[in-house]
Write a protein that binds this ligand. Structure first.
Ligand SMILES: [Cu+2]
Length: 359
């Protein structure tokens, strides 16, 4: 009897620890500090349709690398997992920040408290009501007060969790405003292609950057300036901060999933179908953010990373022009007429910067 009691206690403790353990991080590649000596030439060079004249026009800008891509190196702890860290990555979208708050301050404390209460009750029952301590068992079969409590309290807890949950769910599927910038991500076995339909429809292809010992002579290999191993790509996605982004995903072959943890975005890319969501990267959080395909899509599923450079709108517009695309301000009047008025989430200074460059 005593042995069984001990076993139950161990089991209960194990269950509780398992709940806590869920917050442990996945084994993540170490974030490497940006190499101070990395020259600008290590930034992406190859593109599918680089527009030479436009690139030449902006090549004096230190923010723009050879192909017009802004030059940005990864920063430890931003847009990527950190060794030994637990919990959710720092979030840079409103939904992500709310979800992280909900996890840290509502769900996790709730789970911990419930687990601790159940463990306490188990241990108490085992000590106080085992055969030796309590040889004559009580015949009590009902207690209305306790039954009301243990029905009402779980209901209240579920309602408490449901209210912010449903709010977050609907926020995640809120349609983007009319003036959102569209990014279309297409999954392929095993790389991503991106197009910007609102910016002239130019396309870029992003492949993983291999390590030095994996590439043929003369082929480009990953450097620390590109990003961590298995996360660095040859051509990064560039998106503006503070501007609503409409993300559309689809696939050319099997189901993939476009996911950036720091954006709180994970959207399946399904062949023959368009999935859509939207997000706005915080205006004060430009940076380099990494993600991976998050749907098992074949043997190289783990080798189709995603890297997003979030930059101010004026830099984004210059990059778009360098790629041969068009920018929103230059659209025909019919398209542009509705845009400025309801552009609530775009910071005024970015809009001003956009206009001042005469785009
Ligand atoms: Cu995939």
């Amino acid at each position: 009897m005593r042995f069984i009691g001990l076993k139950s206690a161990m089991l209960a403790a194990g269950l509780m620890l398992a709940g806590v353990g869920h917050a442990a991080p996945q084994a993540a590649p170490a974030t490497t500090a940006p190499s101070a000596s990395a020259p600008a030439a290590t930034a992406p060079a190859a593109t599918t349709n680089a527009a030479k004249p436009a690139a030449a026009a902006v090549s004096n800008d230190p923010m723009l690398a050879l192909d017009g891509a802004p030059y940005m190196t990864p920063k430890p702890g931003i847009g990527d997992a950190v060794d030994g860290d637990i919990g959710i990555q720092p979030q840079v979208t409103k939904n992500g920040e709310f979800a992280k708050w909900m996890h840290n301050w509502l769900l996790f404390p709730l789970i911990t408290a419930i687990s601790a209460l159940v463990l306490f009750l188990l241990i108490w029952v085992m000590i106080r009501f085992n055969r030796r301590a309590n040889p004559v068992a009580s015949k009590t079969s009902h207690n209305t007060f306790i039954e009301i409590i243990w029905t009402l309290v779980p209901v209240l807890i579920l309602v408490l969790v449901a209210i912010p949950s449903i709010g977050l769910l609907s926020a995640q599927f809120k349609p983007p405003p009319k003036d959102a910038i569209t990014l279309k991500a297409t999954g392929n076995q095993w790389y991503w292609t991106y197009s910007y339909p609102d910016n002239g429809g130019f396309e870029i292809t992003a492949n993983i950057l291999k390590e030095k010992d994996e590439v043929a002579a003369g082929e480009r290999a990953r450097t620390d300036a590109d990003g961590p191993r298995l996360l660095a790509v040859d051509n990064r996605v560039v998106l503006p901060v503070g501007v609503p982004i409409r993300l559309i995903t689809t696939s050319a072959d099997v189901i993939h999933s476009w996911a950036i943890p720091a954006f709180w975005i994970k959207l399946d890319a399904v062949p023959g179908r368009l999935n859509e969501t939207s997000f706005t990267i915080d205006a004060d959080k430009p940076g380099l953010y990494f993600g991976q395909c998050s749907e098992l899509c074949g043997v190289k599923h783990g080798y189709m990373p995603i890297a997003v450079e979030a930059v101010p709108l004026d830099v984004f517009n210059r990059w778009v022009k360098a790629k041969g695309g068009t920018v929103a301000g230059a659209k025909p009047a019919a398209d542009a007429a509705a845009a400025p008025a309801d552009n609530a989430s775009a910071p005024a200074d970015n809009v001003a910067a956009d206009n001042s460059t005469g785009l």
